[in-house]
Design a protein around this ligand. Structure first.
Ligand SMILES: NC(=O)c1ccc[n+]([C@@H]2O[C@H](COP(=O)([O-])OP(=O)(O)OC[C@H]3O[C@@H](n4cnc5c(N)ncnc54)[C@H](O)[C@@H]3O)[C@@H](O)[C@H]2O)c1
Length: 161
C-alpha cells in the first residue's frame, strides 16, 4: 500500500516512522505540509516526495491511502477530499469540528460506500484503554455503583528509536 501523510508535525512524523519501519507492505510515498522544512525533513526521513498542498497529495497517483495528521480544523475538509478521491483514510481525532462538518462527512461517506467497507477510520487509540472502558461501564452503572476516578493507561508515546 502506498500511503500519503498530511501534516508532518508530532503525529504525522510518528505515523510516517511507524509505517516506514514497522508495517510490512506499507510504503510512505508522499507527505504534505505547508511548512516546507517540515515537509522536506519528513519526506527525506522515509524516502517520500514532499508536497506543500495536501489536495495535490490526495489526488496523486502514487498515493492510494491517506493519513491525516494536520490541525483539527482541517480534518473534515481533507477527509471529504479523500472520500471524493475514493482513498482509504486514517484521520487523527477529531474527525470534524462542528455538527455541520459531521453531517457533511457522514453524508459523503454514505454516498461513497453505502453499507460497504468503511473508507474512513479515526485514530482514537483511547478506545483500547481498559481504564476508559471501565469509565464507560461505570457511567452506565446505577449511580451508587459509579466510580469517577480513572487513570488513563495510554499516553502518546515518543517516536520509536
Ligand atoms: N500530539 C498528540 O499527542 C496527538 C495525539 C493524538 C491526536 N493528535 C491529533 O493529531 C493532529 C496533529 O497533531 P500534532 O500534535 O501532530 O500537531 P503539530 O502542530 O505537531 O503538527 C501539525 C502539522 O500540520 C501542519 N499543517 C498546518 N496546516 C496544515 C494544513 N492545512 N494541511 C496540512 N498540514 C497542515 C503544520 O505545519 C504541522 O506540521 C491533531 O488533530 C491532534 O488533535 C495529536
Amino acid at each position: 500500500m502506498r500511503i500519503g501523510i498530511i501534516g508532518t508535525g508530532v503525529m504525522g512524523a510518528f505515523h510516517a516512522q511507524c509505517l516506514h519501519r514497522e508495517v510490512s507492505g506499507a510504503t510512505v510515498t508522499a507527505v504534505a505540509d505547508p511548512d516546507p522544512k517540515r515537509a522536506k525533513d519528513a519526506a527525506a526521513a522515509v524516502g517520500a516526495t514532499a508536497f506543500a498542498e495536501p489536495l495535490e497529495l490526495i489526488d496523486h497517483t502514487d498515493v492510494n491511502a491517506v493519513v491525516i495528521a494536520s490541525p483539527d480544523f482541517r480534518h473534515a475538509a481533507q477527509t471529504l477530499a479523500c472520500l471524493t478521491a475514493g482513498k482509504p483514510t486514517l484521520c487523527e481525532k477529531p474527525l470534524f469540528y462542528s455538527v455541520e462538518e459531521a453531517e457533511q462527512v457522514v453524508t459523503a461517506h454514505r454516498v461513497a460506500v453505502g453499507d460497504g467497507t468503511p473508507l474512513v477510520h479515526v485514530g482514537f487509540m483511547r478506545c483500547f484503554d481498559p481504564e476508559l472502558s471501565r469509565s464507560a461501564s461505570s457511567i452506565r452503572a446505577p449511580p451508587a455503583a459509579r466510580s469517577w476516578s480513572t487513570q488513563p493507561a495510554a499516553a502518546s508515546p515518543p517516536v520509536p528509536p
